[in-house]
Design a protein around this ligand. Sequence first.
Ligand SMILES: Cc1cc2nc3c(=O)[nH]c(=O)nc-3n(C[C@H](O)[C@H](O)[C@H](O)COP(=O)(O)O)c2cc1C
Length: 212
Amino acid sequence: MNMSIADIRKDYTLKSLSENDVLHNPVQQFEIWWNEAVNSEIDEVNAMTLATVKANHSPVARMVLLKDFSTDGFTFFTNYLSAKGEQLFTNPNAAICFFWKELQRQVRIEGVVENVSEQVSDDYFNSRPIGSKLGAWASPQSKVVASRSILEENEKNYSKEFGNDIKRPAHWGGYILKPNYFEFWQGRSNRLHDRICYTLEKNEWLTARLAP
Ligand SMILES: Cc1cc2nc3c(=O)[nH]c(=O)nc-3n(C[C@H](O)[C@H](O)[C@H](O)COP(=O)(O)O)c2cc1C
């Protein structure tokens, strides 16, 4: 049977979120939700939407993988010469968004990105499987390529050149998003969802409830 898109909807009844329950520090609050998400065995729990801003001020979004978080910020890795890399170079404001549907939760984080240190990028690159390391060399990310075979040829050539000793290309590394805004969203019944946000004012995190 064909279902109309407009008829797809779900009522959220699993949990609630109160301003009285959230922690003072949003990173610690994130850690609680993160651990619950990991324990729920959500597939690709670290997948997040990353939004950046183009030079003409229009927004652009794509998925990336969260690779670390702490009170310093939220880290992901990519090609510094990619479209997102160019956008972040020109405008370091960015937002990330997680949807953990099994828990009926969304987390939105906004902030400013910085490059991580060479050491952090090296350490993560060196931990990657050999195929991923080669991929970082073989793919001029976001550039137009005439065919897939060019990428496969690149991969073969770099594999021959480097053998098992594959160093991180200088154009590949990490960004850390330093947050100035968080929002924790818990789906509730009848679209009256719970939304608790944190804004950073004079180095203090202030919380508020937002209408859904
Ligand atoms: C689940 C998922 C995870 C991804 N993780 C990454 C990642 O960690 N880093 C990355 O550069 N691209 C990742 N990608 C690919 C990006 O979405 C995107 O296609 C690529 O980075 C090029 O984006 P850009 O042209 O906007 O720079 C991922 C895609 C998906 C679907």
